[in-house]
Design a protein around this ligand. Structure first.
Ligand SMILES: [Zn+2]
Length: 283
């Protein structure tokens, strides 16, 4: 759904301020508009366009032209009200307008927003859903509503209009009205999944040293060496074709089909010579 949020007036619009000069209407309107936009974007398939600008009074025709050119479905214009000719008075409350021509969707939108405004703000004065021939309502092609969130010319309403809590409440209410009107669905909350820790590359376990014997006859020779080096003894069959240690002591037989980074060959021509080599090696 394409939604136009319009903060009424502009920063330089003459007269649109509280009688005591403490609040510009545009300031209230634009802050609520930004809260509304933030909240709307948490709904699925929503696009939002602003027709106001923070440093320029955008003419009404330019606003509705922009909204229509964008092919917006909904337009909500946000305002604070005023009554009387200068000074504070007792008139207060919330009211929401739709066009007084033929705009059933605008009527439904305005009625929803008014209902949600009363429900969210708990304001004591409900001025109701009304119809009027305002430019923003008349010239926008689809459903338009104009919400007056309270009176700047009433001291109690002005205190509300100045408070951030009330502005946020108004924004939530306006969004709730649009959500009800458009049957919008909240975007699913996505909890970021932490990246899976990359397991450290495990080097295949490998002994630093091992002894390979050719046959059981070499075992006694190998045993003395194993005790000194504190390493295991493998038979040739077990050590065959794979690397079982970085450094391999060959006690009997050759290095054929054995794998190691370094060989220490202590094999002799027979087991006696092998025994002598081992003894020599051990010193
Ligand atoms: Zn206004």
């Amino acid at each position: 759904m394409k939604i136009v949020i319009d903060a009424g007036h502009g920063p330089q619009t003459a007269g649109k301020r509280s009688p005591d000069n403490t609040m510009l209407e545009f300031h209230f309107n634009s802050v609520v508009a930004s809260y509304v936009t933030q909240e709307l974007l948490t709904y699925e398939n929503v696009q939002v366009l602003h027709t106001h600008e923070s440093n320029r009074d955008v003419p009404l025709t330019e606003r509705t032209n922009k909204a229509n050119a964008w092919n917006a479905d909904v337009l909500v214009s946000i305002h604070a009200n005023a009554y009387g000719s200068g000074g504070f008075n007792n008139v207060r409350g919330i009211e929401t307008f739709s066009w007084n021509g033929n705009s059933p969707n605008g009527d439904r939108l305005a009625a929803e927003i008014q209902k949600q405004m009363m429900s969210f703000t708990k304001h004591p004065k409900n001025r109701g859903h009304k119809r009027a021939d305002f430019h923003m309502l008349r010239e926008f092609n689809r459903a338009a509503a104009l919400v007056e969130c309270g009176f700047m010319t009433n001291q109690e309403d002005l205190a509300l209009l100045k408070s951030d809590a009330y502005r946020r409440t108004c924004a939530r209410a306006i969004v709730a009205g649009i959500v009800a009107y458009g049957n919008l669905k909240k975007k699913p909350i996505t909890i970021p999944v932490p990246p899976k820790p990359v397991p450290p590359k495990e080097e295949p376990f490998m002994l630093n040293q091992a002894i390979v014997i050719n046959s059981f006859a070499d075992y006694p020779n190998a045993e003395a060496l194993a005790n000194r080096l504190n390493c295991p003894i493998f038979t040739r069959n077990v050590a065959w074709g794979k690397q079982v240690a970085k450094e391999l002591f060959v006690v009997g037989g050759t290095t054929d089909d054995l794998k190691a980074d370094k060989f220490v060959v202590l094999s002799g021509r027979d087991r006696f010579e092998t025994a002598a080599n081992v003894k020599n090696y051990l010193g």
